[in-house]
Every structure is written in structure tokens, then in C-alpha cells.
Design a binder for this molecule. Sequence first.
Ligand code: SAH
Length: 347
Amino acid sequence: MKKILQDLSFGQLKTLAFKFGAKPFRAKQLAEGLARGKRISQINIDPSLRQALLAEYEDEPVRVEKTFRSADGTEKYLFRLADGNMVEGVFMRYKYGNTQCVSTQVGCRMGCKFCASTLGGLVRDLTSGEILSQVLIVNAMHASGGERGVTNIVLMGSGEPLDNFKEVSDFLKNVTAAEGINISARNISLSTCGIVPRIYELADLGIPVNLTISLHQTTDEGRRRTMPVANKYTIAEILKACEYYFDKTGRRYIFEYSLIDGENADEKHAEELINLLKGRPCHVNLIRLNEVKERALKAANDAQAYKFRAVLERGGVSATVRRSMGSDIGGACGQLRAGYLKTDTPT
Ligand code: SAH
């Protein structure tokens, strides 16, 4: 595989331009072109520099292999990487802007029992440029006039972002950089299953993104049953790391809680959640489980979800039931890639 130009910071692009004997303003042209989602071959630079770059760098490190469009405006993509691996992404339209959900790894090694991304284990980490390219391409597809196509980013596609910390932190630096697409940290959410030491590192990074924790259970015992990472870190340790994150960034943190019938969706679980979270600067996102056919777990229904929310609210814990977007185009949470790997032959 060739190198990836989108991995580079603006400072590194300047060094590269110098190395190739190009004028410093070429670095700016490159950065602007890349930020617009262009390939090297489409950026207006002098032909000798273009040739030199193309000899070493991937012209199209990420491309949209397939698009699935929902009636509600949601789009799901299968992205093909230069080595033929696939990851998926989702583009969602909200009143306040457009959110792009990106993947950080091909597959995942966290092993959560309800998740399709982890079924085949971890294949490889994405580079920062491969993560960034997902944003740049989709932004370009939806940009109109001077308006950005993507205003918000969530790191909730396949992979565990804090298991690929170096590349994810480079991505965060480059995606928020003034010379690039320049998306504000407060419009970015990073979701983790709870790799505690890395939450501290993220807090110290100085890029105050929204921290989202996939909690999904109210006890360590329950968590160990569904999320192997819980064998390493307890809920108490996670909550302490969240406090540190809040102290450092001033950002309220979010808990994701997927409601699984017969597992974590009863009134007693809501009460336990109140005991854990009451008085904290946090919010709970309730999601009805997306049933994954390889897994036996069953989704809670709407009535259970709204009742759960009401109990939390009454107990002083703010919570929302997340709308399910794009359900008509199926395949949530890693199921697109899983389905693709099974049924399609790449073209
Ligand atoms: N690895 C990260 C981010 C990726 S998953 C994390 O664990 O947070 C994004 C969210 O989707 C996580 O909260 C994850 O637990 C949740 N999720 C995974 N599979 C799901 C499913 N089948 N139904 C509902 N939510 C699911």
C-alpha cells in the first residue's frame, strides 16, 4: 500500500512540499484541495508535483463502494480502503446540521456480545487519514455553496477509537485544524466501551470532544456478561475517569445504554442507573438494541424504552430515547459490512 497524504498535518504537508522542491504555497493548495475531498489527481497543482506525489501516495485511500439511501434522508456507505478492506459509515440529517458517523478500525477486538462489528475480530487499525477521508468525501458529497456538508462527527462506526489511540488523536488534531476542514471539537463525539487509562489520555489531549461511554449495564457483573472489556475496568473506574474528563474539559459526558429485553431494560435497572448517575454532569442516550442475527439478544420495545426514560427523568437523570434513523435501509452497527462480506463479491 502507498502512503496516505491525508495522514499528514498541515505542518507535515509544508515539509513535504519543501522536500519535493515546491513553493510553500503549494502546501496550502494541497491542504485546501484535500479539505474539499479531492484526490491528488484532481487538485490544481503543477504537474511535476502531482506526479511526484502520486508515485508515493494513494490517490484515493477511501472510496464509496456502495450507498444505501433511506426515505428519512439518512445514507449509509460501504467504504473501500486501498487494500480492499471495507468499513462503513452513516450520514444523518438533523435540524441542527448533518452528522457523519465514521469507523476507526476494520472490525474490532472488544467482543461486545450485541455488536456485529466485532464478529470477525480486529482486522486492522485505520490510519488517521483513512478516518479523515471518510469525513472529507461525505462532506464534499453534501456541501452546497459555502455550506459544509458535514457539521458534526461521531466516532461510532466500527472499531474502538481508544484501541487505536494514536491514529484517532491525529485524526482529531487534523479534522479540527484551521487549515483543514476545521470542524470544532464540540461538534465531535467519541464513543468508547470504556478503556479507562485512555480516557485520561484523551482528557489531556487538549481537544475537548464530547465523551460518550457505552455503559449498557448497571453492574460490573452484568457488564462482564455482555462486554469483555468489563473484566479489565469497573464501572466505578469509568465514572472516576469521566469526572476527570469533565474537570479537564468542562464537557458534560454521555452514556449510551442499549435496551435489551430480559437483560437490562427493567424498572429495577433504571433505578440502579439513577443510583450510579444522579448528580453527575451527564446525559443518558437510550437506544433500542439493533438486533443482530448472529446474536440471540432481543430488543426492548418502544413502551419499555419510554418507561425506562420516564423512571430516569423522575429520578433526576436526564435521558432521551434515540430515534432510529434509516431503519428502512437496514444494517445498523456493523451489519452492513458483515452482510457485504457474506453476500457480495467486490467489483
Ligand atoms: N467501540 C465504540 C464505538 C462504536 S459502537 C463503543 O463501544 O462505544 C457505537 C455504539 O453502538 C456503542 O454504544 C455500541 O455499544 C452500540 N452498539 C453496538 N451494537 C449495537 C446494537 N446491536 N444495538 C444497539 N447499539 C449497539
